[in-house]
Ligand binder design. Sequence first.
Ligand SMILES: [Zn+2]
Length: 124
Amino acid sequence: MHELSMTAGILKAVISNAEENDATEVTEVIVEIGKLALLNPEQVKFMLDVLSEDTIAKDAKFVMEEIPIEIKCKECGYIGEADNDDLDHYAPMVECPKCENKLIEITNGKDCIVKNIIIEKPDD
Ligand SMILES: [Zn+2]
């Protein structure tokens, strides 16, 4: 399952980062999910809550931030957000909102990254 492997990867990155920084606890994790990353933010959040049990991040608050799709149209030169309100989550077909061309370059919205991790340290 796509979400599960991505989520396990996110959590692994969070935990190793926290351990490198001598954290006693992870309090908050902000995850950016591009709308084209083909991940359901609700499911990712749920899995993070489940998978983080028995880890340093067990009490962390996981915050999902959706990143809009940004494109560059090869036909008319439009640069900006794609109109993706009706986008099928699992089979997205992105097109230029100006000329409806599908010959576009996607410049943002494909990635799923850990944006910020807030930790507790022994001395805090
Ligand atoms: Zn266009």
